[in-house]
Design a protein around this ligand. Structure first.
Ligand SMILES: Nc1ncnc2c1ncn2[C@@H]1O[C@H](COP(=O)(O)OP(=O)(O)OP(=O)(O)O)[C@@H](O)[C@H]1O
Length: 247
């Protein structure tokens, strides 16, 4: 089932070209290229501190790269077409869950579609917490509110940094399935440390590794996501990916 209000126009691919980033004279990466395929779910993995979040923030336009470009392949500007979900949920403490889901519309001076915001809160299992302030929610609940907010933004390009890290295993598995379903057809780049999550959700997997960091050749995952967690092919790929990450 697609969610009402989903963007109809085909999403563009995202081209990251010749990106380099230097922090305190340390080259995190140089001359890095990545294409996030149009309407597909790409997962970025790699060791802690390698530069994944920095790469995602550059893609989102939140921090500048020293060199390189980030462009959509339809030639149109990226402004207003990217939804970003960072590692911290960054909910507004003064707004309840419903207000946080719909805050983007309010900040743009639009009248938010509260029915849609409520429906998304229900989708992430928080129908009864619409009036709760963030400090009264668990970390996992806050992450689900942040996911609902990302989905509410209804953008063709979606960038997510470890969106399910605070969830218990069962909720995590449920949110993986929900996110794949609700983001289907969009151009998605998601960071995770979890090889099983990557294999269940991703169409394409890329590993960032090394110093300066480089991207491995992308790995295409067979079958349609969300893949069952106990599918032998998924488990085999998860093992191979874990071996790759341990190298
Ligand atoms: N604003 C900054 N100024 C200086 N160094 C930074 C800054 N942001 C990140 N770094 C450093 O850059 C490196 C890469 O950080 P980044 O958060 O991109 O890694 P990551 O791969 O996402 O890590 P993790 O998986 O632990 O989230 C780290 O060594 C970090 O300390």
């Amino acid at each position: 089932m697609d969610f009402p209000g989903q963007t109809q126009s085909p999403p563009p691919a995202l081209h990251l070209r010749a990106l380099s980033l230097v922090y305190d004279k340390r080259v995190l990466f140089g001359d890095l290229d990545l294409t996030v395929a149009a309407g597909r779910f790409t997962v970025l993995l790699g060791p802690s501190g390698v530069g994944k979040s920095s790469l995602l923030k550059i893609a989102a336009g939140l921090i500048p790269a020293q060199t390189g470009s980030v462009e959509a392949d339809d030639g149109k500007p990226l402004a207003g077409r990217i939804a970003f979900m960072g590692q911290q949920d960054l909910l507004f403490p003064w707004a309840d869950a419903l207000g946080n889901v719909s805050v983007g519309a309010r900040l743009r001076g639009e009248t938010p579609d509260l029915d849609r915001a409520r429906a998304l809160l229900a989708e992430v299992g928080l129908a009864d917490r619409a009036a709760s302030l963030p400090h009264t929610l668990s970390g996992g609940m806050r992450q689900r509110v942040a996911l609902a907010r990302t989905l509410f933004e209804d953008r063709p390009l979606v960038l997510m940094d470890e969106p399910f890290s605070a969830l218990d295993a069962a909720n995590r598995a449920r949110m993986q399935e929900l996110a794949v379903r609700l983001l289907r057809g969009r151009t998605v780049l998601m960071i995770t440390h979890d090889p099983l999550e990557a294999c269940r959700m991703g169409d394409t997997l890329v590993v960032l590794d090394g110093a300066p960091a480089r991207l491995d050749a992308p790995l295409t995952v067979p079958g349609e996501a969300p893949r069952p967690p106990d599918d032998p092919a998924v488990l085999q790929l998860q093992g191979a990916l874990l071996r790759r990450l341990m190298r």
